[in-house]
Design a protein around this ligand. Sequence first.
Ligand code: 0X9
Ligand code: ZN
Length: 508
Amino acid sequence: MGSWSTALVLLLVGVTVVYTTPLVNEKQPGQEWPKRGAVLQPSDDKDTETEPETIFEEKSEEEAILDEIPVKTIEDSSEPVKEKQDLDNTDNEVDTIKTKTVVIKSETASPKVDYSGAQLWKVSIEKEGSRNILVRLRRRNQIATWGTNGTAIDVFIKSDSIQNVTRALNKENIPFEVVIEDLQKRIDEENPPLDENEAELQDRRGHRMNWKQYHRLEDIDGFLDYLSKTYPATVSVNAIGKSHEGRELKVLRISNGNPSNKAIFIDGGIHAREWISPATVTYIINQFAENFDGESEDIRKLDWYFLPVMNPDGYEYTHLNDRLWRKNRRPGIAGRGCSGVDLNRNFGYRWGGKGTSSSPCSEIYRGPRAFSEPESRAVYEFFEKSAANYVAYVTYHSYGQYILYPWGYENAVPPDHDDLQSVGDKMASVIQSTGGDYYSVGSSSKLLYPAAGGSDDWAKSQGIKYTYTIELNDKGRYGFVLPTTYIENVAKESLAALRVLAAQVNKE
Ligand code: 0X9
Ligand code: ZN
């Protein structure tokens, strides 16, 4: 071969290499996320429009009363904590940094809500009439209800209501016990800073994530980006939309790129204060992404989609302003009224039904219409556009240790409820053998309370068979303010449960 032809060959090889070598973080061939219309997926020919058949079960008197008091939420009340209300009304004083499309509120703008002297009680509901007393106290904004185990309700009481509530319960001989003496103290102790060695390790790793702490959104997002840069053949990240305040909603996908894979969608952080949820989702991501090739076939055969923080504004708000905030950060009317929509009441299946409120001040405010919120709408649009064959949807919440399946909107179950129950039972049993925690399994309306507009009901209505809400630890010792020492065990248990689910969907 002459020197000219050698040069031409070298040039061609060079050009080919440049054009076929993926840039860092660019998706490899076969790694593009399947879009509807691009490749026909088995799910495309399923009729998801028809409403799944429901089996209605008779409600006992007991359950009917529980309907009135959706435990863990505050129904149709104005803001339960005076301080919160005051904060809402300072929205117009808040500093904002405006860019083209992003408006992120200044971190120092509003003062922190102080929970000094606020308490968490376990109030027995075994005595007749005790629920009604609690409903009355809640309507008068004296208490907020957090969780239940069926015989007692966890009740949050702000400091200046303690006397009144004590008197009301004593008068009716309703037993109660103080579980947390001072919530602010617990909040201050919840997430201690890392010691120096650990902090140094963090900096050397290329990301700041670990499961010994609860992290700010920046660390979580940085971790997802790090994984996609480090493992471009299997991991990729896309922003599926933006929150009210302009934060990205980042979805991470893990896949071997086989177009016939089934897919599982997992999210966390719908409710801002449930910090154990994003911690668990990121733990699972870490296990799969860092060692995908060494993972079991059940994991490698599936496409995994993770949205660890569906409510990033609320999540940041709980770090900076109010540790016990639940909703997103939709601004109040004219920047003055109560803010926030409960994203788990804003999804578009049976929106507006039981266990929801039309009052913006309520903790379970459903929003002005289904999918009115950029966060829930982004998830809806993501599923609309995605051609992946979703066979399972898991959404992590806290607390109570429950594995819940639809329906949530009403005390009814879908036709395949036996499958959901038996796979749920298997997950609960592996959780117990892995880390020792007991999880109850059942339909969410029956085990907890009816509440419409949940992401789980919507996912199920779209034809995703194995749809679960998992309420992580604990059972009310710490509630939402779960110490960091619990993270690893809780997350390890959930990972074990997810492996059971993966094995099941691969079998079908
Ligand atoms: O009330 C909720 O949104 C969930 N409980 S939490 O304490 N994390 O707020 C339960 C949701 C269960 N699913 C439906 N009701 N659809
Ligand atoms: Zn929740």
